[in-house]
Design a protein around this ligand. Sequence first.
Ligand SMILES: Nc1nc2c(ncn2[C@@H]2O[C@H](COP(=O)(O)OP(=O)(O)OP(=O)(O)O)[C@@H](O)[C@H]2O)c(=O)[nH]1
Ligand SMILES: [Mg+2]
Length: 376
Amino acid sequence: MTNNGWSNDEFRQKWQEQADKMGRFNLAIFGKTGVGKSTLINAIFGEDVAPTGIGEPVTMENHLYLHRAGFLGLLDTRGLEIGRDTDTLIAELGTYVRRMRANPLSEQIHVAWYCVRATDRRFEDTEAEFIRRLHELGLPVVAVLTQVPSRDGEHHGDALTLADHIAELGLPIVGGRPILVMATGDDFTRQVEHGLKDLLDATFRVAPEGVEFALAAAQKIDLGRKRKQANDTVRLAAALALTVGAIPIPMADAGPLVTIQLGMMARVAAIYGVKVETATLAAAVATTVAVAAGRSAVVSLLKLIPGAGTVVGGTISAAVASTFTMAVGGAWAVVCGELTQGRLKGVDGAVDNEMVRELFQAQFGVWFSKARAAKA
Ligand SMILES: Nc1nc2c(ncn2[C@@H]2O[C@H](COP(=O)(O)OP(=O)(O)OP(=O)(O)O)[C@@H](O)[C@H]2O)c(=O)[nH]1
Ligand SMILES: [Mg+2]
């Protein structure tokens, strides 16, 4: 125990427990070389994932590679060409898919993306055949048109023509049509990013329910999904806090409440996909603020809450402890959201304690008032 109420090791362990529960989302990605697969993965899942930066991938079959990065597993192929080597490719995939069926859900491939570059303006029979065979392996296939130019929110006519053409083939692809995407903008050609959220939504639609949390944690473009899952966690923790009875001040001495808040913060960090070390350091800072708030600010704030509780003999009511938990969780979720966007870091790339402290403190005030107003 530290004076925060828990040690960094305890936080790490809780984070890991939550992460294990969330599992991993495994995506297989296909498409000719240069269509923009790595760019797409970077845009949706972040810089750490593709093409380098996470160490050597694991070879699964002769030409299949699995990159594991946090909540994401990325399966890709090397040295084989769709068309020329389709049979070999499908045979290896088939072996892999069947072998993994005996394993837990987080080891299986959940979704496949098949990427076609829009500016190539063509889609070959061999590609259609490859998609059909992916489908026969039991994989949901999302077709993606990459590098789709747009102007004033309208997709390039040629890309639409290609998308229509693919749709008319009646392939077993999610939604029956490819999703049109530009993964990164380009100042020179004035192209802007678009379609990433559509691709992610389609992926969520077909991913098994059991990997929903892992997919939400792995991606970085839809904070709303993370926020919603975090809210559920915070609400649950606040409800639990109601059951622990009167709480002594300082709260660091309040065993059950500390345990509830530790579990809540670890889970929220995992939901946001904040890495364990980053989360542990930031959580240590945030809890210092929270404990200080527990000692002073809350105590004085209590006097303003009619009937919510009084500081009698150094205790606060369960209702206040619950409000307090809500505020800790709400503020912590905001901090986690910033961390997933790579913010709150100093020039050296490490978490900036002072920035975390300031944001958490400000947000704590916001969420405490909000939670109080909701209860009034
Ligand atoms: N502006 C812009 N450039 C893109 C986009 N997608 C791909 N590119 C460019 O196209 C080139 C190839 O993209 P990659 O993402 O490396 O393609 P890949 O499919 O991973 O290629 P391989 O790994 O060789 O199979 C790179 O120079 C990218 O910068 C995009 O959405 N917008
Ligand atoms: Mg690549």
